[in-house]
Design a protein around this ligand. Structure first.
Ligand code: CIR
Length: 259
C-alpha cells in the first residue's frame, strides 16, 4: 500500500464463532460482545475515511470473520489465498463473489501452495511474506511472483522457529514510512535491518498486530506500554477492544481487507 485506503471489507462473526480454531487458552469468546467489538472496529475504519462493506456472518465457517487470511488485496489487483487450515479452505468460495464486485479478475493460489493473509505484511509496497505453519514456501512464492508482476518486491521470512507466532503479522506491523512494530523475537532478523524498529514491550506481544490505516494507527486496547510507544509516533492512535477475537487467536489486522 503506497497511497491511501478507501475501502475495507469485513465479515460479521457468526454464532458458530466459538467453534473456530484457537490455541489461546483464554476461554470461549462471547458472541454478543464479539459482535459489538466488530461493529466498533468497522466504525473505526469508517472514521479513517474508508467505505466498509460488511458481509453477513457465515455460520458454516467459524473463522470466517478473519477475512484477511483469505485474500490479498493491493491497489493493482486481488488474489484469493488457499488457507493452510483445512477447516478454512471453504472460506475462499464464500468470499469470491463479494470480492469480485470490486475486482472482477481474481488471481488464486494453486495447490500445493497454501497461504494465509495473516502472513503477508505490506510495508509500503514492499512485502514481507511469512512461511509458517499455515503458509508454505510454494504458496509464498506464488504470491511473490504475482506481486512482482504488479511491481512489488517481496521478502520471505521463515517464522517456523517461533511456534508462538501463528502468522507473521502476529509479531509484525508496518507503522508507515520506514517504521515497523516488531516483537523482540523478530526484531534482529536481518530482513528488517533497513527499518526503524519499534520493539513491542515484554508481556505485550499481542499488541504487535496493530493496523496503520491512512494517518491513524489502530491498536489493541489493554497494552499500555505499547500504546505509549505508539503515541510517540505522532499520528492519531485509536485503541480498540478486541478481547473476544484474541480468544480465537485473531487480532486487529485479521478482521478486514483494505484497499
Ligand atoms: C485461525 O486459527 O485461523 C483463526 N482462529 C485465527 C486467524 C487469525 N488471523 C490472522 O491473524 N490473520
Amino acid at each position: 500500500m503506497i497511497g491511501r485506503f478507501n475501502h475495507a471489507m469485513v465479515r460479521r462473526p457468526g454464532k458458530s464463532f466459538p467453534a473456530g480454531l484457537t490455541t489461546a487458552g483464554l476461554g470461549a469468546p462471547d458472541w454478543a460482545r464479539a459482535l459489538e467489538q466488530h461493529m466498533a472496529y468497522s466504525r473505526a475504519l469508517e472514521k479513517c475515511g474508508l467505505r466498509v462493506t460488511v458481509l453477513e456472518a457465515d455460520e458454516q465457517f467459524p473463522d470466517s470473520t478473519f477475512v484477511e487470511d483469505v485474500a490479498i488485496v493491493t491497489e493493482g489487483g486481488a488474489l484469493l489465498t488457499r488457507p493452510g487450515a483445512e477447516s478454512r479452505l471453504g472460506e475462499v468460495g464464500a468470499l469470491r463473489p463479494a470480492l469480485q464486485k470490486f475486482f472482477p479478475t481474481l488471481a488464486e493460489i494453486q495447490p500445493p501452495g497454501t497461504l494465509d493473509g495473516g502472513d503477508v505484511c505490506d510495508a509500503g509496497g514492499q512485502y514481507f511474506i511469512g512461511v509458517s505453519a499455515r503458509t508454505n514456501e510454494d504458496g509464498a512464492w506464488q504470491l511473490a511472483r504475482w506481486l512482482e508482476k504488479l511491481g512489488h518486491h517481496s521478502t520471505l521470512v521463515d517464522i517456523r522457529r517461533w511456534p508462538g507466532l501463528l502468522h507473521l503479522k502476529s509479531g509484525l506491523a508496518w507503522l508507515g514510512r520506514n517504521k515497523l512494530a516488531v516483537v523482540v523475537a523478530l526484531a534482529e532478523e536481518r530482513v528488517f535491518h533497513d527499518y526503524e524498529r519499534v520493539r513491542v514491550p515484554a508481556g505485550e506481544d499481542y499488541a504487535a498486530n496493530c493496523l496503520r490505516v491512512n494517518d491513524a494507527l489502530l491498536i489493541a486496547r489493554g497494552f499500555p506500554k505499547f500504546a505509549a510507544e505508539a503515541k510517540k509516533l505522532g499520528g492519531p492512535v485509536s485503541e480498540l477492544d478486541v478481547s473476544e477475537f484474541r480468544k480465537m487467536d485473531g487480532g486487529l489486522s485479521c478482521l478486514s481487507l483494505r484497499w
